[in-house]
Design a protein around this ligand. Structure first.
Ligand SMILES: Cc1cc2nc3c(=O)[nH]c(=O)nc-3n(C[C@H](O)[C@H](O)[C@H](O)COP(=O)(O)OP(=O)(O)OC[C@H]3O[C@@H](n4cnc5c(N)ncnc54)[C@H](O)[C@@H]3O)c2cc1C
Length: 395
């Protein structure tokens, strides 16, 4: 049985194992962290196309048990005026809209399925090097352990060492100018927001929230922050972020301040980096998937869904093409244009979120956005993003 060493137990790594194992691959996952992360209260969008991939491994219903169906997004100005309602899924087809879930829940659903499939996850295994031999490949971990297999699949996220092993001149992630901070809250009397998520173009920071049927508020803010290294961002205590957000959103319309006053549980913060064009996704017996080769900021709501699609497509290529090098190259050519289109789209959205201090800039944005959003509400040009690879394969 051929052996696949999968580096990283995030969405891309676990999903790849779930598609490969039934095809006769002996999969083993290696994760750098010593324990599975709780991710604070961070949540993410699983788009229509990502849900279709989960359906293929029988996990869609399980995920939806703790999801907020979200076929729409409502956009508000910093003065509380409704600027527009846009589809979060294919325009004109709300039944096939996307879902918002806690990041930790998506990871848990995938991990539980991995456990049921008998695929081992080794924690505390940080990939340090890869050695390729004629017939095999060896992953070398920071503590000196090694593992040998037929292929290595790097699902090791935006800071991917696999990407650098594939090409030591691979681009480094680009900082978007925004940090995403998020968590949960309970605000007495705040009504649920069924089918939708609300976004507020605040005067000094962008804010999003939804209220689940049980009253739990999931909220996030994208604040404009000067660049510093990723480690320094990580060292900022949660309480400092919260204090900063309370100040930045003090003048924004209700219920933004109320939500920030009633935060409960952990707060997660992460700077938004992306990777637009990584020339080489594979070399020899090594290939990379997910954020490792096309990280996108959450503004397109597609990061997890692209990772799920990669897993699906890579497994298809390895099924149809026994030669791994040919399969890897087919995988890259099938995935790269779509992934880059999403990263570009998310960059365009980020421009709207970055805060301009000028009153004129805010007035112009609030005047232009309703027109733009009206067009977006019926614009079917993005529908192909939500149609996704499962439908393409089925056609
Ligand atoms: C902290 C964090 C918060 C996020 N929050 C959001 C959000 O709120 N909204 C949103 O849309 N998207 C968010 N994302 C992005 C989204 O989760 C990803 O786009 C998507 O899940 C695809 O992930 P992936 O599996 O490719 O990478 P990741 O989810 O980053 O998983 C990579 C895994 O590889 C492991 N790893 C890294 N280096 C090594 C190594 N050397 N050896 C072994 N293992 C290694 C990591 O510990 C991690 O578990 C977040 C990402 C991160 C990292």
């Amino acid at each position: 049985m051929p052996k696949a060493l999968i580096i990283g137990s995030g969405v891309a790594g676990t999903a790849t194992a779930l598609f490969l194992a039934p095809q006769g691959w002996d999969c083993a996952i290696f994760e750098a962290r010593a324990e599975h992360a709780s991710d604070g209260g961070l949540f993410l969008n699983v788009a229509t196309n990502g849900l279709a991939v989960l359906e293929e491994v029988g996990l869609r219903e399980r995920l939806m048990e703790d999801a907020h169906r979200c076929p729409y997004m409502e956009m508000y100005s910093g003065r509380g005026a409704l600027l527009g309602v846009v589809p979060n899924g294919p325009a004109g087809d709300p039944d096939r809209g996307s879902a918002v879930v806690r990041r930790a829940w998506l990871n848990q659903v995938l991990r539980d399925a991995v456990t049921v499939a008998g695929i081992p996850i080794t924690l505390g295994a940080r990939l340090r090097d890869i050695r390729e031999e004629r017939e095999t490949v060896t992953a070398v971990f920071a503590d000196g352990r090694t593992a040998q297999g037929d292929i290595v699949i790097g699902a090791d996220g935006v800071g991917s060492p696999t990407r650098r092993w594939i090409d030591d001149r691979a681009p480094e992630p680009a900082y978007s100018g925004l940090v995403s901070v998020g968590g949960t809250a309970r605000v007495p009397g705040l009504a649920p927001t069924p089918q939708t998520q609300r976004m507020v173009f605040g005067a000094r920071s962008f804010f999003g929230y939804l209220v689940r049927d049980d009253g739990t508020v999931l909220w996030f803010a994208n604040t404009t922050e000067p660049e510093q290294d990723r480690e320094s961002f990580r060292r900022v205590p949660a309480a400092t972020w919260l204090e900063r957000l309370r100040e930045l959103h003090a003048d924004d319309p209700s219920p933004v301040s109320e939500i920030l006053a009633h935060v409960d549980g952990e707060i997660g913060a992460y700077p938004l980096y992306d990777l637009l064009h990584v020339p080489h996704w594979q070399r020899g017996r090594v290939v990379a998937v997910g954020d490792a080769v096309h990280a996108t900021s959450p503004s397109a709501g597609q990061g997890a869904s692209l990772a799920l699609e990669d897993a699906f497509v890579l497994a298809r290529c390895l099924r149809e093409e026994r030669d791994h090098a040919a399969a890897f190259s087919q995988y890259q050519s099938l995935r790269q244009p779509r992934a880059e289109e999403v990263v570009r789209y998310a960059r365009a959205v980020n421009k709207q979120k970055r805060v301009t201090r000028s009153r004129l800039g805010i007035a112009l944005r609030d005047a232009m956005l309703p027109m733009f959003l009206r067009k977006a509400s019926s614009d079917t040009r993005n529908n192909h993003l939500y149609r996704g690879v499962v439908e393409e394969v089925a056609r």
